[in-house]
Design a protein around this ligand. Structure first.
Ligand code: GRF
Length: 200
């Protein structure tokens, strides 16, 4: 099967990125081949994980660009295109993307969010799920569209919220589900992209 060239965009720890790299390495039929890990923070721990896995790891420090989001994104976009990237997985990437960038990668970019979307978009999802009295939480992988955390959902996984849960305990219960879900959802996304390529 043809493998789409994958870039994973991170800002920190990179455990979801690592799960994607591991899934691609473990399965010759995995439909994506990681070619680039890109962080907007030079100190992101995930960059070292990518290097150790033999995947090109680069940082483009958004702070260098001040408030000029588009200049930052032009550089990111040029780097992605330079690596012939065909699909992007956002994995803990903490920059809101402009409509320009989202449009440019429409139908080619997915994100993982630690809530059962459409509930709890944005930050502090675990605390907000607990405060809302929700019986369950989870994670969602979705196509990236103009609104933050609003694109079409590809796949979700659920975990219970237990009495006495804190944001940390709930995050710890959710994270292994993220690591299981993201590779599966990326497979679904790649299948769709490959189908669209064939149709188009
Ligand atoms: C994950 O919980 C992800 O869902 C959220 O940010 C966290 C990133 O963790 N968007 P990691 O960098 O993948 O370890």
């Amino acid at each position: 099967m043809r493998r789409l060239k994958l870039a994973v965009l991170i800002s920190g720890r990179g455990s979801n990125m690592e799960a994607l790299l591991n899934a691609a390495a473990a399965d010759p039929d995995f439909p994506a081949q990681p070619v680039l890990v890109l962080s907007n923070r030079p100190e992101a721990a995930g960059l070292k994980i990518a290097e150790a896995a033999g995947v090109a790891a680069v940082s483009i420090d958004h702070k260098t660009y001040g408030k000029d989001r588009e200049a930052f994104e032009f550089h990111v976009d040029a780097t992605l295109r330079g690596a012939n990237v065909e699909v992007i997985a956002l994995a803990g990437f903490m920059r809101v993307l402009t409509p320009w960038f989202v449009k440019r990668w429409e139908g080619r970019m997915i994100n993982i969010h630690p809530s059962l979307l459409p509930k709890h978009k944005g930050l502090d999802t675990h605390q907000r799920a607990i405060d809302a009295g929700d019986a369950e939480a989870g994670c969602s992988v979705h196509w990236v569209s103009a609104g933050v955390d609003e694109g079409e959902i590809i796949a979700q996984a659920r975990v219970p919220i237990l009495t006495g849960d804190t944001a940390d305990s709930l995050a710890a219960r959710t994270l292994p589900e993220e690591h299981r879900l993201y590779p599966e959802a990326l497979k679904i996304a790649c299948k769709k992209i490959l189908e669209d390529m064939t149709d188009g």
